[in-house]
Design a protein around this ligand. Sequence first.
Ligand code: PLP
Length: 395
Amino acid sequence: MKKSKIGTDVVWAGEADYLAFGATQVPVVHSVSFGYKDMDEWYDVATGKKEGHIYGRNTNPTVQAFEEKLRLLEGAEAATSFSTGMAAISNTLATLLFPGDRVVSIKDTYGGTNKIFTEFLPKQKIDVQLCETGNHEEIEKEIAKGCKVVYLETPTNPTVKITDIERMVKAAKKQGAITVIDNTFATPINQNPIEYGVDLVIHSATKFLGGHADALGGIVCGDKKLVEEVFHYREINGATLDPMAAYLLLRSMKTLKLRVERQNENAMKIAQFLKTIDIVEDVFYPGLEEHPGHDIAKKQMSGFGGMLSFSVKGGVDTVRNLLPKLKYANRAANLGAVETIVGPARTTSHVECTPEERAAMGIPEGLIRYSAGIEDVDDLIEDLTQAFQSLPKES
Ligand SMILES: *Cc1c(COP(=O)(O)O)cnc(C)c1O
């Protein structure tokens, strides 16, 4: 899709067919079942010969409007939605992987995804190879050994590492592997992986797409045949998106471009500001030139995103003193909302790991994840400034 059009598409795309009764907004259809007087028509809809709805676990008009909007924003052939982002990820992997199959991914995937790779898939006799995030040679080498699925996520949690999508797709295609990417951190505003030949794009809609921390949801879009397989798994297994949540997500997505552009700007200014603070050891943001993934990010992203992280001297103690002082930040596990959200990596994305495991992953104990909201950035900087100034002076 042309970038110049995406601001219009977030507002209008995918809705026209669902505006019943002359409504200008997509109605929330709560009805679980859809009835038919004509037995032949019922049969045709039930067997997929005719468009229509039968039962809410399978399809629903409000949910479909949400899927259609995201399909168009990602430039995909098809899309199907889920009750949560994790449902989208687990259902997709369960659809694609069988005993004896091999999947290549990275160590820094989202915490829940990492659990699927390390705890659940091995029990199914699926061979999981997790590579050093950002080490493209290692990932290519593992892909070249043969695999069914290459699973990517970029930028990652919490140190916002970047993987070259185009390069990984090329390696995967040589092996006939299916590429799947979690595009949650980037959103379709900043990154469209289908342009690089990715087969399936996943979002936790709970984060930036919803943007208001009041609805859970997930979505998979991409190749029609693959999406249909994933849909079939979901309609039987039942991790269906609720129509009310679909409506909240649809409404939020109208402002997606406005929000994400503002979050991109705020994150960049916050990252630059943090670099000037003595007690800050390291700032991780792909928009900073010194970030190891900056050049790749510049190539494949049209904005660097609203997520950054930074580490502070004094580790956990400094974090414990600093975060409660912030006026304009929720201390919470979520991200991508209109409000700024902060949290230590050790209680958010990597709470399941031991300090040693976090250290091995390059996650300092004093690492703070910062999800930039849409507030006036001067207020956010002033807020951080007073919080830093309130810290006990180093003796
Ligand atoms: C939150 C998140 C998920 C999981 O989404 P839920 O809606 O919480 O299930 C997956 N991937 C990424 C990158 C996330 O941030």
